[in-house]
Write a protein that binds this ligand. Structure first.
Ligand SMILES: [Zn+2]
Length: 233
C-alpha cells in the first residue's frame, strides 16, 4: 500500500512559520520543516514505517557499520509487535519518533481521530519506558498528508512536524540502487532531513542502496545523524 511513494507536502501556511534561522532552529515555511539550521557538516537521516523485522535489523547493522545514527519514525502497531527492535535502535544511539498509531491518512480523520492516531503512536513508544525523554516530540504525518483537523491537532498538541528534503525511494523508482543513492547524496546539503523507509512494504532496494548512500554522504564530508542531534548543534 505504501509503495515507493514519499508522500506529498501540502502548501498551507502553518502556525509554526516565521522562526528566525538561529543554529539549532528549524526553517519553517509550512507546518513543519525540511531542514535544520546547523553549522555542522551533517544531515539528518530518517526512516519511516518500521519497525519491520525484515528490514530494520539490517538497517541498524548498516548504520552501525558506517558510524551513523538516524531518526526512526515508527508506526505504533509495529512498535507493539516488535518492541525489541525499537529498544535496540535506542540502545544503539538512534532517535525514535512518532509516525502515528496505524499509519492512517490524517486528512481523512476528524480531530478526535487525529488525536487518537497521534496519542496512540506516542503511547506505544512511551510504554517501552526507554528513558526520561521517552515520549516523542517529533511526528511525521503518514504520506505527508494533512487536513484542517490534523493541522489543528498538531498545533494544539505541541507536536514538532518533521518533513523531508530528499527521499531515497523517490530516486529508487527511477534508478538502480547505487545510482539512486548517488543522486540523493549529490543533492544533500548540511541540515537536510533525508527520508528512507525500513518498513511498510518490500524495502529490499532501500537496504541495497543504504551502504552506497552512507558512503556517498561521507565522501561529501557529511556526517549522518538524528534530527535531535542536529538541533542540539
Ligand atoms: Zn509512512
Amino acid at each position: 500500500m505504501l509503495g515507493a511513494a514519499c508522500g506529498v507536502t501540502l502548501g498551507v501556511a502553518g502556525a509554526l512559520a516565521g522562526r528566525s534561522p538561529a543554529v539549532g532552529a528549524v526553517r519553517t515555511h509550512r507546518l513543519g520543516y525540511r531542514r535544520v539550521v546547523t553549522r555542522r557538516a551533517a544531515v539528518a537521516l530518517t526512516f519511516d514505517d518500521g519497525p519491520d523485522p525484515r528490514f530494520t535489523p539490517t538497517v541498524l547493522d548498516l548504520l552501525a557499520a558506517h558510524h551513523a545514527t538516524a531518526t526512526f519514525f515508527v508506526v505504533g502497531t509495529g512498535v507493539h509487535e516488535h518492541p525489541d527492535l525499537v529498544r535496540r535502535a535506542v540502545t544503539e544511539g538512534h532517535e525514535v519518533a512518532n509516525h502515528t498509531l496505524g499509519h492512517e491518512r490524517l486528512d481523512h480523520l476528524d480531530r478526535a481521530g487525529v488525536r487518537a492516531q497521534l496519542e496512540g503512536g506516542a503511547a506505544a513508544i512511551t510504554a517501552l519506558a526507554l528513558g526520561p525523554a521517552a515520549r516523542p516530540r517529533l511526528v511525521r504525518p503518514p504520506f505527508g498528508f494533512e487536513g484542517a483537523a490534523s493541522r489543528a491537532e498538531l498545533v494544539a498538541g505541541g507536536w514538532e512536524v518533521a518533513r523531508w528534503h530528499g527521499c531515497l525511494e523517490r530516486h529508487l523508482v527511477r534508478a538502480p540502487a547505487a545510482e539512486a543513492a548517488a543522486r540523493l547524496a549529490a543533492g544533500a546539503r548540511p541540515g537536510d532531513v533525508l527520508l528512507a523507509h525500513d518498513g511498510g512494504a518490500d524495502r529490499t532496494t532501500t537496504v541495497d542502496a543504504l551502504p552506497d548512500l552512507l558512503t556517498a554522504l561521507a565522501r561529501r564530508g557529511l556526517a549522518v545523524t538524528t534530527i535531535g542531534s542536529l538541533q542540539a548543534g
